[in-house]
Write a protein of this length. Structure first.
Length: 308
């Protein structure tokens, strides 16, 4: 139960035949055909110019890869990318790592990942639910990029977010690193009137999610508490701007915006909005304060497994 696409092996041992997550058949087929037929990134650019739908941009833009830049990944490291999707950042990880094992629920999305990155010799893709896949090794690095917020969709537990962290912890080597990229529940864009990224309704996260939403983002302190509770240590925050999906700059606890940092009001958001105030001016007003850490639109969190 396997398939080779170029140098990439897709393992279907744990695939139940259903592609649970879908961004739209027409979009995904468009992206799959693009990465299958393309010879270089210029072919992607042509498609993005012809089709201005945000999901097409989101899946094909090389800007997505910027989120990998701060990650401490060595050429000798093995990496597990959970929720690899259509491979937007898989190639960037593969260029830094010795080996990349990917997991994704969708066969079509995994095939797109394989076609997109078929020239790499260090990528393997498991198709299926992470909780059901039996991995035989432990990893130096695990990534959850745009995945952690959906834990209750796919993790069978009364505490799915805690369980997701426990599962990732289990597959990390001692002193291995976990990276979580996720929207900030209290992101400044949400106070300014932008719709919540997953639900598409303003103020949903700020007011509090309900059980029907089946998605959940967190504040900075909530994420830190969850990680500490799950025995992670040395928790460090990066702050992608405007968000982790399309970062143009990435700040950190050690490097916060300077007086000459530039914040533009509108960047890369795909949902119609109401406008309460100018986000660029609001970010400018927070330069030099600790409060800005809690109000960036997204986080990239690094956490280390305790050595035992």
């Amino acid at each position: 139960m396997a398939e080779m696409i170029g140098n990439v092996k897709l393992d279907y041992t744990f695939y139940d035949g259903e592609d649970v997550y879908n961004e739209g058949d027409d979009v995904e087929e468009k992206v799959l055909q693009t990465v299958k037929d393309s010879t270089d990134y210029y072919d992607y650019l042509k498609v993005m110019l012809e089709d201005n739908r945000y999901p097409v941009l989101y899946q094909l833009s090389r800007q997505r890869e910027n989120i990998v830049e701060p990650m401490d990944i060595k050429k000798t490291d093995s990496v597990l990318e959970i929720g690899a999707g259509m491979g937007a950042v898989t190639g960037a990880i593969a260029r830094k790592a010795g080996r990349v094992d990917c997991i994704d629920l969708s066969k079509r999305r995994s095939q797109a990942n394989a076609y997109r990155n078929r020239h790499y010799t260090n990528i393997k893709i498991y198709v299926g639910n992470f909780q059901k896949i039996k991995l035989e090794q432990k990893y130096d690095v695990i990534t959850l990029i745009g995945v952690f917020e959906y834990s209750q969709h796919y993790i069978k537990s009364d505490e799915p977010y805690e369980m997701m962290l426990k599962e990732t912890y289990k597959y990390l080597k001692p002193n291995g690193k976990l990276y979580i990229a996720i929207e900030n529940k209290l992101g400044l864009k949400y106070f300014a009137g932008r719709a919540e990224d997953h639900i598409g309704v303003p103020y949903v996260g700020i007011e509090g999610y309900n059980k029907e939403h089946k998605v959940k983002t967190f504040t900075r302190s909530q994420l830190e508490h969850l990680l500490i509770k799950s025995s992670f240590k040395d928790i460090f925050f990066y702050y992608p701007y405007p968000d982790y999906k399309m970062p143009i700059e990435i700040y950190s606890d050690k490097y916060l915006p300077r007086s000459d940092s530039y914040f533009k009001e509108d960047y890369n958001f795909d949902i119609d909005r109401i406008k309460i105030f100018d986000e660029g001016k609001a970010f400018d007003s927070l330069k030099g304060t600790d409060e800005i850490k809690s109000m960036f639109n997204s986080f990239l969190v690094e956490a280390v497994k305790e050595e035992k």
